[in-house]
Design a protein around this ligand. Structure first.
Ligand code: ACM
Length: 634
């Protein structure tokens, strides 16, 4: 028993003293300004929680519930401070002077004063909860400090594709919780695509009776040879469920931005209503490598990934359909922004279609790109008339940008740069910068199947959403940043968690923290390890990072020093140099090691990180080479 206690002690001590040692007091995203003072505020059950504005009551309750879970005691809630009473005061008085969504926290030995309005106060409480260490003998000891904080960007987004794989409302709410904890304020809900239509539209019931179901899902990598599983896959959200999610998100100051894809990625809608196609009688065709290419009988919801030629025909019937769909979407989502997709729309069917060719002529359009632009502009006009604005993926630049559109730059930064130069709002979400969270987090063969790419959390952290090519004035059009969670290979909520954690920490910091306050060393070596140690105490299926200081590049030399750090507080690193796969039976890394590699030889350092819960990282291999030929490169 005693032994176990001693083993746990270092972790608890570290968590307990963390606020005192870390420059950012453990807060992610790092606040704009933080000044630690000498002293502590002892939080115990004698402290009163003062909150006298009704709109702040929920935030006060949130804090109190957290203190119950963390400290084992609830604070007495009161309307005003009495003399000599230690207190935490939450107030909006004075918040009008703060930047939008901003807050201040003053921690002195007797009082904690938190100032913020609505979202600002909510974010202040998120910070306060993050900086609280674990209790020690019925007290939570909080470092005294002054924090002044507000976001760099007004759009801080996280996306979730529920078309390729469907996620239940319960998980969507958990996802929203996670976003809120890290001060993200937009949830981009990708609701329709070729593989499923996931939102109930009352006027078009077949969208969900037919369009929400596919007859199989590709097995393994695509394109590959695994075939499809021939199993029915289905799911959609009723309008009642959508309302629930929107209302839930609002309590966390998150706006839900719905995406209805057009004119491409329309197979599911077309499977339900074939008349929306340029060729209603044509069987669904899957192009690409064998064994996938070929016709499917009738119009089908797609079973494989990729891009499909059968897109919306620009007929009056289609526009009426889309307007009716958008009417219901607009009624469900109070978001200023409605995302209309616009990406990856092949022009093949429009080229082949006599109707489309005549349409291009009649409307004096240059070509099919002009038609895409016409399509988007017409939809924009409709949405603008309803008082809302469109967001589209950067393909909406092709053939001419709709006048009021916001561009989501995903194919690198080019689209975002062009749009900002044309004085359009931009949200940066380039896959090349690590913002596709469906990409893998390490090159280890232990990683599960992903779509590919390589986006470790350090890459995400190093990205600045305002491209260097923009002038200061143009840069102001970059209203924010988002990461995307495409779900082709995310079959379960657990895998979504694996892909988002810890990368959302890095996303939140590039979305919130001023560039001058970013500090990758403090982030990776201090705060991420703390946040992951806390997550490790939950059931979250987070990705366990590989050791800090190691990567899979080759190290050359005879005497090679290996200096590693644990990426999670309390986690251990085990290693081998004999070719075996490391486990807890291998040597534990406790201090820097010097590896001697004889001339003409090489060795392989293999490591694994094992968290206190037993969760483990992938195995990372580093080749140590002293002039040996044929070094394996990755
Ligand atoms: C996208 O990744 N097709 C926007």
């Amino acid at each position: 028993m005693k032994k176990i206690f001693l083993m746990l002690l270092p972790t608890l001590l570290t968590l307990n003293t963390y606020a005192q040692t870390d420059a950012n007091m453990g807060i992610i995203p790092a606040p704009v300004a933080i000044k630690k003072t000498s002293g502590v505020f002892q939080l115990d059950k004698t402290v009163a929680l003062i909150s006298n504005e009704t709109e702040n009551a929920k935030t006060a309750d949130l804090l109190n519930a957290f203190i119950v879970a963390k400290g084992g005691f609830a604070l007495r809630e009161a309307k005003s401070v009495t003399a000599g009473q230690k207190s935490i005061v939450l107030t909006s008085v004075g918040a009008d002077k703060l930047p939008a969504e901003g807050y201040t926290i003053q921690i002195t030995t007797n009082h904690i004063k938190v100032v913020g309005k609505e979202a600002g106060l909510f974010y202040a409480v998120q910070s306060l909860m993050q900086l609280m260490p674990d209790k020690n003998q019925d007290k939570i000891t909080i470092q005294t400090a002054e924090i002044n904080d507000y976001p760099r960007f007004k759009y801080r987004g996280m996306h979730l594709d529920v078309a390729r794989h469907f996620f239940p409302v319960s998980f969507v709410k958990r996802y929203i919780d996670l976003l809120a904890q890290y001060k993200m304020n937009k949830f981009h809900w990708h609701l329709t695509d070729d593989q499923g239509w996931r939102i109930e539209i009352k006027k078009y019931p077949k969208l969900t009776t037919l369009g929400a179901t596919r007859s199989g899902t590709v097995v393994g990598n695509y394109p590959g040879t695994g075939g499809t599983d021939n199993e029915t896959y289905k799911g959609y959200y009723t309008q009642e469920e959508i309302k629930q999610v929107v209302a839930y998100a609002a309590t966390k100051y998150i706006t839900v931005v719905p995406e209805i894809e057009m004119p491409g990625h329309a197979s599911a809608a077309i499977a339900a209503y074939p008349e929306l196609s340029c060729f209603p009688d044509r069987d669904t065709f899957v192009s690409g490598d064998t064994p996938w290419s070929g016709s499917r009988k009738g119009k089908q919801v797609q079973q494989t990934w990729g891009v499909f030629d059968d897109v919306f025909a620009p007929t009056e019937n289609t526009f009426k359909f889309l307007e009716n769909v958008l009417d219901e979407v607009i009624a469900l989502f109070p978001s200023k922004y409605i995302h209309i997709g616009g990406d990856e729309c092949p022009k093949e069917y429009w080229k082949q279609s006599p109707f489309c060719q005549q349409f291009i002529k009649d409307n004096n359009l240059k070509d099919e790109h002009g038609l895409q632009s016409y399509f988007i502009q017409r939809i924009e006009k409709y949405i603008n008339a309803k008082g809302r604005s469109i967001i589209g993926w950067d393909e909406i630049l092709e053939g001419g940008l709709a006048p009021n559109a916001t561009v989501m730059s995903w194919r690198g930064e080019k689209g975002g740069i062009e749009a900002a130069q044309q004085s359009h709002e931009v949200i940066m979400t380039p896959g090349s910068a690590g913002l596709y969270f469906d990409h893998k987090q390490s090159n280890s063969p232990d990683e599960p199947l992903t779509i590919g790419g390589f986006a470790p959390y350090t890459k995400v952290y190093n990205y600045d959403p305002v491209p260097k090519e923009l002038t200061a004035d143009q840069g102001k059009y970059v209203i924010g940043v988002q990461a995307n969670m495409w779900s082709e290979y995310l079959e379960s909520p657990a895998k979504v968690e694996y892909q988002i954690l810890p990368r959302i920490f890095a996303l939140s910091e590039i979305a919130w923290t001023p560039v001058a306050r970013k500090d990758i060393k403090n982030f990776t070596e201090e705060r991420v390890p703390l946040h992951l140690a806390k997550l490790d105490q939950t059931s979250a299926n987070y990705w366990v990072p590989t050791p800090i200081g190691q990567n899979d590049a080759v190290l050359n030399g005879e005497n090679i020093n290996i200096e590693l750090k644990s990426p999670i507080l309390g986690a251990k690193i085990f290693y081998t140099l004999d070719g075996y796969r490391p486990s807890e039976n291998a040597a534990e890394y406790k201090a820097p090691i010097k590896v001697v590699v004889p001339q003409g030889q090489k060795k392989t350092l293999k490591t694994i990180v094992i968290a206190p819960s037993g969760k483990r990282s992938v195995v990372t291999e580093t080749t140590l080479n002293n002039g040996a030929p044929e070094v394996k490169t990755k």
